[in-house]
Design a protein around this ligand. Structure first.
Ligand code: SF4
Length: 341
């Protein structure tokens, strides 16, 4: 296995230390130590990724599961995750992989897939694309970049399901090969963001999301609404205004139901009414596509045309039951629905 490779984005600094330039943490790492994510190590004054090709989880998923509702609707995507993460979210659903650090245990529990063998797998299962998901894709940047280069050359689409912490430098490096930036904006205020992630720096995530949009990536935003943490009307009012002003009225915004987990297991699930009120706030602020997520069968898991109000995509969970779109436009009135396919 060749899972250890020199990192692409780092600087050597004094005393044989290095600064990693992949994510907003910009860890300064001493010799023989790891960065916060636990999977990048300073060896003899050089930075190495230790998880190149180490796959913790792999599955064929509906693209709707990411969730991406306006990007190749109804397609199946080969989805992969690795180990470690650069945030430690209090309610992480994927903690078994994201809380791990590099060790023999993760090697034993991984599939090692070269970029070429991963692409062969995608072809075998007739996948329309590749999605790096389950934990933060930025932390195995070198691998995702190599995979995406091949994926794009054979016409597959490419997706990051991300917490938005990537640096501008890394985003630009991968941008020629990355089609969709499905970003979690977990909160809008620093204090709420800190309660969830342990760090305050939401601004960097907002800036990077604007940048992804400007570069031309398809952007969809997810906010998991956690009672007493990020669910104030004011915070969601400000966030929806920010999406409208910076990403555009037709940017899909998924407001999803929180379920108790890990350190937030004492918090009750989000009342559905709260999600509906937030949806109304976003609509009042001009957003055209706001979805209520993690509530099976809710009417707002469907897409309605913002012009003629017709039902254009009917969903049941991750399945599409009706599709009234022609050439990315509403079949009934011709409205542009910000669909990529
Ligand atoms: S990718 Fe890892 S090592 Fe690099 S800055 Fe982020 S947390 Fe630190």
């Amino acid at each position: 296995m060749d899972n250890i490779k020199e990192a692409l984005l780092y600087e050597k600094i004094e005393k044989n230390r290095v600064r990693c330039n992949l994510c907003f943490k910009k860890c300064i790492i001493k010799e023989n130590e790891h960065g916060f994510c636990g999977v990048r190590k300073n060896i003899d004054g050089k930075l190495y990724t230790e998880i190149y090709g180490l796959v913790s989880s792999v599955a064929m998923d509906p693209i709707e599961k990411k969730p991406l509702f306006h990007f190749f609707p109804g397609s199946m995507v080969l989805s992969l995750g690795t180990w470690g993460c650069n945030l430690k979210c209090a309610h992480c659903q994927n903690w078994e992989i994201s809380y791990e650090k590099y060790s023999d245990k993760i090697i034993d529990n991984s599939n090692f897939l070269t970029p070429e063998s991963l692409i062969e797998l995608a072809k075998k299962y007739n996948s329309k694309g590749i999605a790096f998901t389950y934990n933060e894709p930025t932390i195995w940047f070198e691998y995702t970049l190599d995979v995406f280069k091949i994926a794009k050359s054979i016409g597959l689409y490419t997706v990051y399901v991300t917490n938005g912490t990537i640096t501008s430098e890394a985003l630009h490096m991968i941008s020629p090969y990355l089609d969709a930036f499905r970003v979690d904006i977990k909160a809008f205020y620093e204090n709420s963001f800190k309660k969830i992630t342990g760090v305050k720096n939401i601004d960097s995530i907002l800036e990077r999301t604007i940048e992804a949009k400007r570069i031309g990536m398809h952007v969809e935003v997810v906010t998991n609404v956690i009672p007493t943490v990020n669910d104030s009307r004011k915070e969601m009012d400000d966030l929806s205004k920010w999406i409208f002003e910076n990403l555009g009225s037709k940017t899909p915004w998924h407001v999803t139901r929180f379920y108790p987990y890990q350190q937030f297991s004492y918090i009750e699930p989000t009342p559905i009414k709260t999600l509906e009120i937030i949806r109304e706030i976003g609509e009042k602020n001009g957003l055209k596509f706001i979805y209520i997520g993690n509530v099976f069968g809710h009417p707002y898991e469907n897409t309605f045309c913002p012009n003629c109000k017709s039902l254009v995509i009917k969903r049941e969970g991750y399945n599409i039951k009706e599709y009234n779109i022609i050439n990315r436009r509403c079949k009934f009135c011709g409205e542009d629905l910000n669909i990529v396919d």
